[in-house]
Design a protein around this ligand. Structure first.
Ligand code: SF4
Ligand code: SF4
Length: 137
């Protein structure tokens, strides 16, 4: 996991706004009905459930989210989006949270020589794909 400085409330607010901008989702629309979590096929690997991810964002508790396993467990299957009565697409929010970590200054470039070593490790495939998206020679 990428190390980060302690996030202050002001920084948290800005990061929540940025995550909403990256994902183009409106977290205020979520009414915490739990239908997303009830249909999610990846909840067994999540320490924070999909509807709880939205709630923590609403509360500005971004630090807890960025340290969670849940954002790496999401399979981007869109089941949550198809079930949501308020049209909230959590997969886009999960991706925005992953990008927030990948784009941390100093951690936003993937050295191509290191890729074979990364592939030997048991890291989430999303991390590798996100790394490639950010790769610049
Ligand atoms: S299904 Fe939609 S409204 Fe219900 S908890 Fe999930 S994101 Fe929120
Ligand atoms: S997109 Fe992610 S959070 Fe949504 S149902 Fe699929 S695995 Fe669960």
């Amino acid at each position: 996991m990428v190390s980060r400085e302690k996030i202050t409330p002001d920084m948290a607010k800005k990061e929540v706004v940025r995550i909403c901008e990256i994902s183009d989702e409106n977290i205020v629309d979520c009414m915490q009905c739990g239908k997303c979590t009830a249909g999610c096929p990846a909840v067994h690997g999540m320490d924070i459930l999909p509807h709880q991810v939205i709630r923590l964002l609403q509360l500005g508790q971004i630090d807890q989210l960025l340290q969670s396993e849940a954002i790496w467990s999401c399979a981007a299957c869109f089941t949550c989006a198809s079930r949501c009565p308020r049209a909230v697409d959590i997969s886009k929010i999960m991706e925005a949270l992953r990008l927030t970590l990948v784009r941390v200054k100093g951690n936003n470039r993937l050295d191509i020589e290191k890729v074979p070593k990364l592939l030997d490790k048991n890291i989430p495939q999303q991390a590798i794909v996100s790394g490639f998206r950010k790769y610049v020679k």
